[in-house]
Design a binder for this molecule. Structure first.
Ligand SMILES: CC(C)(COP(=O)(O)OP(=O)(O)OC[C@H]1O[C@@H](n2cnc3c(N)ncnc32)[C@H](O)[C@@H]1OP(=O)(O)O)[C@@H](O)C(=O)NCCC(=O)NCCS
Length: 131
């Protein structure tokens, strides 16, 4: 069966997908910051920043997103669509638009480190916090 992955603008119809995916318990560990976003907050955030986001459609279904704000990448693939090349596809698309962007990745997030390394990124900094 042929699988089709496409890039889409982050139109209003995807704003709730992005919000719910960001809040999904199975992905939140990957992110540096814990967050709770209301529908209303998402609405005003996306009114300002939707141009900074792209959606991956896997067989026409929203499967993941990437956002690049001040060159800082945030990326997420829905758990039902992970390990199918969606993350890699999103990064490759984002490089065309934001070639100087970078990702801040938790040391514990091996999936994300492997993903970025598979797209030609390498680690440059470690950030130290007081224990
Ligand atoms: C990290 C994340 C975006 C990867 O998305 P994905 O769509 O599953 O990634 P891909 O299918 O494109 O994977 C590409 C490559 O990355 C590596 N990779 C991805 N997920 C991995 C995992 N769980 N463990 C090990 N390697 C992984 C593999 O090398 C993979 O290639 P392969 O499947 O041929 O082995 C996804 O796991 C995710 O959304 N995690 C939660 C949110 C998050 O951590 N975001 C990043 C914050 S910096």
């Amino acid at each position: 069966v042929e699988q089709k992955i496409e890039i889409a603008a982050c139109d209003r119809k995807y704003w709730e997908f992005v919000r719910l995916l960001r809040l999904n318990n199975n992905v939140s560990d990957g992110f540096i910051e814990k967050t709770n976003i209301t529908r209303h907050q998402q609405e005003s955030y996306m009114k300002q920043h939707s141009d900074c986001f792209r959606i991956a459609l896997y067989n026409n279904q929203p499967a993941g997103y990437i956002g690049v704000i001040n060159d800082d990448i945030r990326i997420c693939t829905h758990p039902s669509f992970q390990r199918k090349g969606v993350g890699k596809f999103l990064i490759e698309e984002s490089i065309k638009i934001w070639p100087t962007a970078f990702a801040k990745i938790k040391l514990s997030n091996k999936a994300s480190q492997k993903l970025f390394e598979s797209c030609g990124y390498e680690p440059k900094f470690l950030i130290y916090y007081k224990k």
